[in-house]
Design a protein around this ligand. Structure first.
Ligand code: NDP
Length: 274
């Protein structure tokens, strides 16, 4: 599988297609992540909160793939904001993964009511200096949260991982990312499956002889962002990785752009969650 990558603001590279593992049970992770690695995914997105870092680590170890060919990301959960808490949470994640570094460490949610995300970000900056987190970023940060981090630390997150799918396209946030040099990473890139039933998407899929999921993933890649679809089904794991042999045209892009809706959000709002 061809592995298109994007260059981060720290000079490192991130694969545009990754494998998401939310809701994957720890005991199922070795088999499912093992298959994902076998069919060509080289980037895995886990989190302390997913409870499957150990299983992901076992899959990585069993794959025999050289560490430098993999891109492993994990995230700091909402109970670990603060300097000491963040450093401890990172150590615990690394230990569960069985790795001596991660490629990307993210603050999972800003939890603004705790007002500790700037301090937490500074702890991540230390982890990057140590080289144990090669790149650092955030997740679910709004423009206001990002501006505050940048203004108060002078350091711009390399990535913001956000809810993003055809019904929730996050135009304002993506424009800010482009201006600030932050790579956009789409979580729930398939809208947790719902977007796959959309008649516009299905029409485009029929036109290209592709599936709805492949059309949506191709759309993400064309927009220049990272997408991390999750599947536990072997055929769908393969299907979601097979998105490099076709292209969408301008009419397809215009039609998908029209699917954005103000009430398209599926997950919680970053201003209140945590
Ligand atoms: P996705 O948009 O990736 O959709 C996953 C769902 O779609 C599953 O039910 C899956 O079922 C189904 N599916 C996957 N591929 C296909 C296909 N080709 N055809 C039909 N159905 C399909 O949603 P997620 O919420 O899992 O998001 C992806 C990843 O993003 C997560 O795993 C996690 O890593 C990350 N994430 C991050 C968040 C954050 O706060 N930072 C929040 C939420 C997610 P099946 O398994 O049966 O194939």
């Amino acid at each position: 599988m061809t592995q298109p990558t994007l260059t981060l603001n720290d000079g490192k590279r991130i694969p545009q297609l990754g494998f998401g593992v939310w809701k994957l049970a720890d005991e199922d992770a070795p088999e499912t992540v093992g298959l994902a690695l076998e069919v060509g995914y080289r980037s895995i997105d886990t989190a302390a909160a997913y409870g499957n870092e150990a299983g992901v680590g076992r899959a990585i170890a069993a794959s025999g793939i050289p560490r430098e060919e993999l891109f492993v990301a994990t995230k700091l959960w909402n109970d670990a904001h603060g300097t000491d808490e963040a450093l401890r949470a990172f150590d615990a994640s690394l230990k569960r993964l069985g790795l001596d570094y991660v490629d990307l460490y993210l603050v999972h949610w800003p939890v603004p009511q705790r007002n500790a995300y700037v301090e937490t970000w500074k702890a991540l900056m230390r982890l990057r200096e140590d080289g144990r987190a090669r790149s650092i970023g955030v997740s679910n940060f709004t423009v206001a949260h990002l501006k505050r981090v940048i203004d108060e630390t002078g350091s711009t997150p390399s990535v913001n991982q956000i809810e993003l799918h055809p019904r929730f396209q996050q135009r304002e946030l993506r424009a800010f990312h482009a201006e600030a040099g932050i790579v956009t990473e789409a979580w729930s890139p398939l809208g947790q499956g719902a977007a796959l039933e959309d008649p516009v998407i299905r029409g485009i899929a029929d036109k290209h002889g592709r599936t709805a999921a492949q059309v949506i993933l191709r759309w993400h890649l064309d927009l220049g962002q990272v997408a991390i679809p999750k599947s536990q089904n072997p055929a769908r794991i393969r299907e979601n990785a097979d998105v490099f042999g076709f292209s969408l045209d301008e009419a397809d892009h215009a039609a998908i752009a029209g699917l954005d809706t103000p009430d398209g959000r599926i997950g919680p709002h970053p201003d209140t969650f945590g």
